[in-house]
Design a protein around this ligand. Structure first.
Ligand SMILES: Cc1cc2nc3c(=O)[nH]c(=O)nc-3n(C[C@H](O)[C@H](O)[C@H](O)COP(=O)(O)OP(=O)(O)OC[C@H]3O[C@@H](n4cnc5c(N)ncnc54)[C@H](O)[C@@H]3O)c2cc1C
Length: 403
């Protein structure tokens, strides 16, 4: 069943979710009016390379998003939406312009948390979210420079790995006793910590910054550190203020259903700004991954044209590249039982989480083929023979057919 979309479609934010949403509307044959309001004054680009390849190559053309499907779209760049009138169906931009909408889409993503106690001194204090940030960091990652990364999450660790490969000295400070606290099991975290230490990163776990004076950091372990650059990577907050102020249900993220619908009619939200039901945990969560921004947005666009579109239920997953480790993680970071296939220190292995005998999470290290199979098993909530699951000589693809 197709329904007429209320025109015009106004999208706030010009990142991956916006491009995927608009591209899907067009590829599905909808040719009504679309306007995208984008705060950044950039042609849309992919963020994952910003902490990886881009730091080496600096090639901006290579990271631009493919806009071939994004036809006949009015794109307003360097423009920030600052207020929203739900009843009058109008959005006001920072420069005073007012835009009308029939369907409004929040694709406003998230912004890095900052440490207000750290002010720029001789050593700049940066975050890494935008191409602008990445350019500033890249210019400073030179051999022999001293980089301090605050936060042992995915982005901080990726940047540490890239910086080491460029000959920069790296200290990584993490407040909790382990890295990847929120998004990976401790078995994987231990491997990642060992790899970073082997590559020469000075990893300070359970440590925080007491103060920054000029280019000198005082740490909670009593030590002092000279630094040329500080990059803070301590997570992000959803850019949901406009929605919240307008009365749409939010909680660090705009609540959406499997079609991207918010609690307000004709208002959708997609990508990092959303809080949606995680099909594995059953809880409403923020899923800050490339795959989610890409596919959840495409589903929301399809459902707008055809409400019988199945809701978005993909198992959340992400990848991270650090040194020789190509890591893929799906589902939950913890269960009541862990099964390891292979030896993680050998450079190729899979670490699986089970709950009540069902597989709920998987991390694969240099093992993309197995990852696809394990992701399918998680989606199926499969119960597996533990001995076979543990045995790396049993083909994971066969486990899928047998499950
Ligand atoms: C450095 C880095 C590395 C990453 N690596 C990986 C990875 O390896 N694997 C993985 O799965 N994921 C990775 N991610 C996550 C992935 O890139 C994000 O999940 C994805 O980009 C989210 O897309 P989005 O469109 O929802 O949000 P965004 O890309 O954040 O886009 C939102 C846009 O909206 C704009 N905006 C905000 N408010 C307004 C407003 N009021 N008016 C107008 N515009 C506004 C913002 O400026 C921004 O340009 C990485 C992210 C970063 C930052």
């Amino acid at each position: 069943m197709t329904v007429p979309i209320k025109e015009p479609v106004l999208v706030l934010g010009g990142g991956l979710a916006a491009v995927s949403f608009v591209g899907t509307l067009r590829s599905q044959g909808w040719n009504g009016p679309i306007c995208v309001v984008a705060e950044e004054n950039e042609a849309p680009y992919d963020r994952p390379p910003l902490s990886k390849e881009f730091q080496h190559e600096g090639d901006e053309d290579k990271i631009r998003l493919d806009l071939r499907q994004v036809k006949d779209v009015e794109w307003i760049r360097n423009a920030r939406a600052v207020s929203l009138d739900l009843r009058g169906r109008q959005v006001t931009l920072a420069d005073g312009r007012q835009l009308s909408w029939g369907t409004l889409v929040f694709a406003t993503g998230a912004s890095p948390r900052t440490l207000p106690t750290l002010a720029n001194g001789p050593a700049p204090v940066l975050t890494l979210r935008t191409l602008h940030d990445a350019r500033q960091i890249r210019a400073r990652l030179v051999p022999g420079a001293a980089l301090t990364v605050i936060g042992g999450g995915v982005i901080g660790l990726e940047l540490a790995a890239t910086a080491r490969a460029k000959g920069t000295n790296v200290t990584l400070i993490e407040a909790t006793p382990r890295v990847l606290n929120r998004c990976a099991p401790s078995t994987l975290a231990e491997l990642v910590e060992l790899t970073h230490r082997t590559q020469g990163v000075d990893l300070r776990l359970g440590c925080t910054i007491s103060s920054l004076d000029g280019d000198q950091l005082d740490l909670s372990d009593g030590s002092k550190l000279r630094t040329d650059l500080i990059v803070v990577g301590i997570g992000v907050l959803a850019n949901d203020t406009l929605a919240r102020e307008a009365g749409i249900a939010t909680d660090d993220g705009i609540f959406v259903d499997g079609h991207g619908r918010t609690t307000c009619p004709d208002v959708l939200a997609i990508g990092d700004v959303t809080r949606q039901r995680n099909p594995v945990s059953g809880r409403f969560e923020r899923i800050e991954t490339w795959s989610n921004a890409h596919k959840q947005s495409a589903t929301a666009a399809r459902a707008l044209i055809d409400p019988s579109t199945p809701p978005y239920t993909e198992v959340p997953w992400y990848w991270t590249d650090q040194y020789h480790l190509k890591i893929q993680v799906a589902g939950l970071a913890g269960g009541d039982q862990e099964v390891v296939r292979g030896d993680p220190t050998s450079g190729k292995a899979s670490i699986m989480q089970l709950r009540d005998g069902r597989i709920v999470g998987a991390c694969c290290i240099n093992n993309a083929r197995e990852f696809m199979a394990l992701k399918r098993l998680i989606a199926a909530g499969a119960r597996l023979d533990l001995e076979r699951l543990r045995d790396p000589t049993v083909d994971a693809v066969k486990l899928v057919t047998q499950a």
